[in-house]
Design a protein around this ligand. Structure first.
Ligand code: CP
Length: 311
């Protein structure tokens, strides 16, 4: 694995989950690996969990950590080849990636979708630009189209909590006042396709995810029907993919309630808007796995950093 950019970089999900659970039992067992190694975390967007859990993961491995809020503190980057840079951008990704490579051993990047230009978002120019021009491994801390560290943490959480060999897992769309990216949902779907599970996606019509990503998945527009006999319910908002980046539905009838959840475990990547995405009773109840998911972000990041340090 040269970089960790998507779920496709996981060669065996069951092996990775087992290895992460082993790391969790003794987080400091590989402190020697990170000695005199530095990871640089570049944030083009806000974060709580990703920033702190990736930092903690690196510290557990004995690494030094540098963090930069690139979005508002770095130079505006140019990505085009051959661009005459006489407008707003100050530095080309070619130099920026090469320079960052002089200061650290691994670079991890968060750069969300703009949700205006689908082609531009799908080109993932920030993370792919760094992967192309950096001379060190690049880690995706949520790009335009994927959040693989979150999905790996979710896989660990599912493994730790399932009581059936083949649980029923439902990805249920939820309302939200703002247009949100598809990255979390995309990576969760890609991860679920690697699981032995009865997996169902439910959302209002018009909220279909990228057809390439959901290929082979069961989609049920009737939320109540989709939730029948669910063992895990993963709730997430995303904006329209077909009418790209638009909020077309704010129907609170899709909000997750304790009644709809039944006996299932509740999952969400956080941050979450209470009483819009999910009602208080669910988050405050004992079926919620959100804190466990957040904790497992440490071990998904630690496993990825460990694998990159070992290569
Ligand atoms: N789940 C997640 O990525 O959280 P942050 O946006 O706070 O990093």
């Amino acid at each position: 694995m040269k970089h960790f950019l998507s779920i496709n970089d996981i060669d065996s999900l069951p092996n990775w989950v087992d290895e992460a659970i082993n790391l969790k039992k003794d987080p400091y067992q590989f402190q020697h690996l990170g000695k005199q190694k530095t990871v640089c975390l570049l944030f083009f967007n806000n974060s709580l969990r990703t920033r702190l859990s990736t930092q903690k993961a690196a510290l557990n491995l004995g690494m030094e950590v540098m963090i930069m809020n690139f979005g508002n503190e770095g130079w505006a980057l140019e990505y085009g080849d051959g661009t005459v840079m006489d407008q707003g951008t100050s530095e080309h990704i070619k130099e920026a990636a090469q320079v960052v490579s002089q200061y650290c051993d691994i670079v991890a990047i968060r750069a969300f979708a703009g949700l205006v230009d689908k082609a531009k978002d799908e080109a993932e120019e920030v993370i792919h630009g760094f992967a192309k021009y950096a001379s060190i491994p690049v880690v995706n801390m949520e790009s335009s189209v994927g959040h693989p560290l979150q999905a790996l943490a979710d896989a660990i959480t599912l493994a730790e909590n399932k009581v059936k060999t083949k649980p029923k897992v439902v990805l249920s769309w939820a309302p939200h006042p703002k247009a949100l990216p598809h990255a979390v949902a995309n990576s969760f779907v890609q991860m679920m396709k690697l699981q032995d599970a009865d997996f169902v996606i439910t959302h209002p019509e018009g909220y279909e995810l990228n057809p390439e990503i959901i290929k082979g998945c069961q989609v049920e527009h009737n939320q109540q029907k989709a939730l029948e006999h669910a063992d895990f319910v993963y709730v997430k908002n995303w904006s329209s993919y077909t009418d790209y980046g638009k909020v077309m539905n704010k129907d609170l009838g899709w909000t997750m309630t304790q009644e709809k959840l039944g006996n299932a475990k509740f999952m969400h990547c956080l941050p979450v808007r209470r009483n819009v995405v999910v009602e208080d009773a669910v988050l405050d109840g004992n079926q919620s796995l959100v804190a466990e998911q957040a904790k497992n972000r440490i071990f998904s990041a630690q496993l990825v950093l460990k694998k990159l340090l070992e290569q």
